[in-house]
Structures are given as C-alpha cells and as structure tokens.
Ligand binder design. Structure first.
Ligand code: DP6
Length: 360
C-alpha cells in the first residue's frame, strides 16, 4: 500500500514543453456513505461506491512551460467560456497538491471543463470534476516521469482527487470502489480509493436512475456537513456502523445477495440524513417528494418483488438502483409513478461504469 511519501516525486527524467490532454471522469454514488472527516481530507469512516457511466465531466488540460516564479497561472473555462467562479476552488486545490506535483508552478494551464449532466441538476460535479482534473495532471506527470507504473498513476490520481473533494477519489476507477481504512479490506487506505473485486456480474451492470427532485443549489455544502460530525452526539456509533455495513455490503456485492444490498444501501441513505437531522445546527435536505418517491419504491417492491431500492446524496434527489435485468419494468414504473415527483419530470438514466478514461 502506498504512503504519503510515495506521492512526493523524485526528480523528473522526462520533459514536456507544451501540449494537451483530455480525460473524462464519472460521478459516483456511495452505498456506505462518507460523512465526517479529519484534517487533510482523511475520512472519519470508510465508504464504498458504484462508479457511474453517463454522468461525467470532460476536461481538457492545455499546458505550456513558463518561468517558475512560484505562482500558479491558469485560465478556467466551462464549456469553452471563461468561468472565473471556478478560480478559488482550483487555486485552493493547486495549493493543496503543490508538494506532490512540484511542476505546477512551471506551466501556464488552460482548463476547459464540461459536464454531460445538466449544470444545476443538484448532481455533485465536484467528484467528477476533481477526478477529471487529477487524471489530466497525472498524464502530464507521466510525461515527466515515463517510468511511472499504471498502479502508481491510478493511486496518485485518486490521492490528488481526494485532496480536491473526498468523494472524488472514488471516481478514478470502476466499478465498485472502497475508500478509507477498513480492517477487513486488505489494501484499503484513507489516502485513495481502491477498486473492489470481485463483484457478482449483476452489480457490474447495475442501473442508477437519478430522479431530480430539487435542482436548486445545495442548502448546505458537504464541507459544512462533514464539519457537523465533529462533536455530533451519534458520531462514534455512526462511524463504527459504517465499518460494519461495509463488511456486510462487500459480501453482498461479491455473492449477488440483493436483499442484503438493499437493506444496507437504504439504511445508509436514511442514516446520512438522520445525521443531518440530529446535528447542531440541524437541517432537512429531503423534500416532501423525496419521501413520496421512497414510499412508492417500497410499495412497488412489495407488490412486484422487483429488487429496486434507493439511495440519497446530501440533497433531495433520489438515486433508484436496480438490476439491468429489471430495466424495462423499472423504467416503466419510474415514468408512470415517479416522474411526477421530479422537477419538470426530469430524471437521468445511468448505470455502473469503469472510471476515468482518455478522450480521443
Ligand atoms: C453525502 O466528497 O462532496 O455524497 O470532501 O468536503 O468535498 P468534500 O465532500 P464530498 O462529500 C460527499 C458526501 C456524500 C457521501 C459520499 O459521497 O460518500
């Protein structure tokens, strides 16, 4: 397993004057949730997620050598148009990763980003966005260090992405990723996400239809939310529970035990929101329609026996999870019974995917 030291590079042997890379990185949806962190983006508990396929950020990094005056220099674009509002976050990210990528101040960059999902959909773009930027920067580092192994590339890309946004470290690889030290998962670490294998075939093609219940800006940023786990009355028990749930859901994913998968996934979603409702200050991010949808899913599952379940992010949207084999009937159910609870009837069809990829 790599340590922080392993991510501080040796003097580079390669050169790179100017050029560009383009990568896509997907969003991911946590089954066991990351909620609570320590300094330097170290999670309070381990988490596990399904990497998505369609909800992606595509980022082009153009680089050109400049004089190294210690300062960062970059232009930011969103869908080809200048986007100054991304500057503080990017500046902060570069500052955090400077010691691991000492070449950052030796280049002028242009970073052009676009998302495949609607901008104000309430879908977190920080995970896919930070992951896409991290793999691009790793491509440049690989050019400077041609001997880099694929394993190092993947681990360090995830390590860097984590410093941008915790959950982003789970967006580099697919199909199922574990992030955070877990006694029962050899190779697991707080520093980067690792692919979990083997998983039963059904989970490699699992479907996630994201119901857009509330597309507004987040009421509570996840950074603030994580903070509220400090001194939270239930924090210690919650963190211990995440370890237990991870053990159980790993087993379910490996064996194709859908019943256990559903029980843990739904319980984790509700626990995440229970933590928000019992913090100080407290808040509720679910909307009435979120609850309507959850009840409809439970009714449908009881009536039909179709193994469909839900999970939630730190927001009102609902991720509907189900096997590909049930796709037709679940999409019918969503169109007939759930779309009415979505803003403008909108939802996004996604499924498990394999992580970041070079765009030709
Ligand atoms: C509820 O990764 O967005 O989606 O590390 O502060 O950027 P930062 O937080 P972020 O938190 C995600 C929280 C979550 C659960 C999860 O994805 O595990």
């Amino acid at each position: 397993m790599a340590s922080v030291q392993d991510f501080i590079p040796q003097p580079y042997t390669g050169t790179a004057e100017s050029g560009s890379f383009t990568w896509s990185a997907p969003s991911n949806i946590a089954l066991v949730k990351y909620w609570g962190k320590k300094a330097s983006q170290i999670p309070a508990n381990p988490s596990i997620s399904l990497t998505l396929n369609n909800c992606k950020t595509v980022t082009t990094l153009v680089f050109e050598k400049k004089e190294d005056n210690g300062a960062f220099s970059f232009d930011l674009l969103f869908e080809g148009q200048p986007k100054e509002s991304f500057r503080p976050k990017t500046e902060k990210f570069f500052e955090r990763i400077r010691e691991y990528l000492p070449f950052l101040s030796q280049y002028h960059f242009s970073i052009d980003t676009s998302n495949t999902f609607p901008h104000s959909s309430g879908i977190a773009s920080s995970a896919s966005g930070m992951a896409a930027l991290a793999v691009n920067l790793m491509s440049l580092e690989r050019q400077l260090n041609p001997d880099m192994t694929q394993e190092h590339f993947d681990q360090k890309a995830s390590f860097l992405a984590r410093l941008g946004s915790g959950s982003a470290c789970r967006s580099v690889k697919g199909n199922v990723v574990i992030w955070g030290e877990h006694a029962e998962t050899p190779g697991s670490t707080n520093l980067y996400g690792v692919e979990y294998t083997p998983v039963a075939d059904m989970f490699t093609t699992y479907q996630d239809t994201i119901l857009l219940v509330d597309k507004g800006e987040k009421q509570v940023s996840s950074t603030l939310g994580h903070d509220l786990m400090h001194g939270h009355p239930f924090a210690e028990r919650r963190f211990a529970q995440a370890h237990e749930n991870l053990t159980a859901i790993k087993q379910a994913l490996a064996t194709g035990d859908v019943e256990t998968f559903i029980k843990i996934t739904e319980s984790e979603a509700l626990t995440l929101h229970a933590m928000m409702m019992t913090s100080n200050p407290y808040f509720i991010l679910m909307k009435p329609n979120t609850l309507q949808i959850i009840n409809k899913i439970w009714e449908f599952r009881a009536e039909t026996g179709v193994p469909v379940c839900f999970t939630l992010d730190a927001g009102a949207n609902v991720h509907v999870l189900y096997p590909e084999a049930n796709k037709a009937e679940v999409l019918q159910f969503i169109a007939n019974d759930l779309a009415v609870f979505c803003q403008n009837g909108q939802y996004i069809e996604d499924q498990v995917g394999s992580g970041a990829a070079v765009v030709a």
